[in-house]
Design a protein around this ligand. Structure first.
Ligand SMILES: NC(=O)c1ccc[n+]([C@@H]2O[C@H](COP(=O)([O-])OP(=O)(O)OC[C@H]3O[C@@H](n4cnc5c(N)ncnc54)[C@H](O)[C@@H]3O)[C@@H](O)[C@H]2O)c1
Length: 263
């Protein structure tokens, strides 16, 4: 579901390529399901099928973790869960703030899956004074005036932006100035951030447009391929420019690359 790239080189300093990092949550989700069924070991083929990944790619990915499995036995599920969780930084608790508690922000706040994956919603923040103090998912909404103190007091390094696009850059700037170094952006705009800040962008409409592209190709089998690309490409490339689209600022490298949803 997520789209976008982090502001990182293609290979991380520890030598794990970004593409591998992006697949680790898929493996973790499949492994967690196996663990819940008390399955002790899994072959690379079984795990690759469960994660929707090619098995040779999986073995290569796991070699970066120093995990090679045992011939004839496969991988130890529990140990691999631990290894991947550790690699993703999920063996520690990450406080997260959500800014913009409208339809989407409230839905995210109500999502129960964050806590079990190592993310704690530390605060919900909104600019609407009428919302201040109102509980959403059991957490009282706090006004944006308190954003900086909330970030500092809770040691927050991850911020989720669910404001209208027009407010997103300003919210991003404040989050970053207060110490946030990772941002998950749901607003349909490209954010400009300094070096050292990672941005991931989620845009369901882009995902749907990509599916529409493939649907059209399937439906149009027999029609000249180039004609279809020409017909479809403009709306896809123009995807972020919705009613509250890009604000014309510098567009960072966190682009519209289909990626994976964390586990
Ligand atoms: N990425 C996706 O797939 C996806 C899906 C749905 C919505 N969206 C986007 O998410 C955003 C929120 O959508 P929604 O339907 O929840 O909108 P909404 O209007 O219901 O909620 C927006 C909230 O942001 C608050 N807000 C506005 N300016 C703010 C600021 N400067 N600081 C803090 N809070 C501020 C508003 O008070 C409101 O509560 C929009 O940008 C929308 O386009 C993205």
């Amino acid at each position: 579901m997520a789209t976008g790239r982090t502001h990182r080189p293609a290979t991380r300093s520890r030598g794990i390529p970004e593409a591998t990092v992006a697949r680790l949550p898929l493996y973790l989700r499949a492994l967690t399901a196996l663990s819940e069924r008390s399955v002790p070991t899994v072959s690379s083929e079984e795990l690759a099928a469960a994660a929707g990944v090619n098995s040779a790619k999986l073995r290569k990915d796991f070699s970066y973790l120093g995990s090679y499995g045992t011939r004839g036995v496969g991988y130890d599920v529990e140990y691999l869960v631990y290894q991947i969780s550790r690699e993703l930084g999920l063996t520690q608790d990450w406080p997260v703030v959500i800014v913009g508690i409208g339809n989407l922000g409230a839905a995210l706040a109500n999502y129960g899956g964050f806590a079990s994956r190592g993310f704690r919603v530390a605060a919900l923040i909104d600019a609407d004074p009428a919302m201040a103090g109102k509980p959403v998912a059991g957490i009282p909404v706090q006004h944006t005036d308190e954003l900086e103190s909330i970030i500092r007091e809770n040691g927050v390094s991850i911020g989720v932006i669910a404001t209208p696009a027009g407010a997103a850059q300003q919210v991003c700037d404040r989050l970053v100035a207060a110490g946030v170094t990772s941002i998950l952006n749901f607003a349909p705009t490209v954010l400009s951030v300094p070096d050292g800040v990672d941005v991931r962008k989620v845009d369901l409409s882009i995902e749907l447009q990509i599916l529409a592209f493939h649907e059209q190709r399937k439906a149009g089998e027999g029609v000249d391929h180039e004609d279809q690309v020409a017909a479809v490409a403009p709306p896809v490339s123009a995807a972020p420019a919705g009613p509250d689209g890009p604000d014309g600022r510098h567009q960072g490298p966190d682009g519209d690359v289909p990626a994976v949803m964390p586990a």
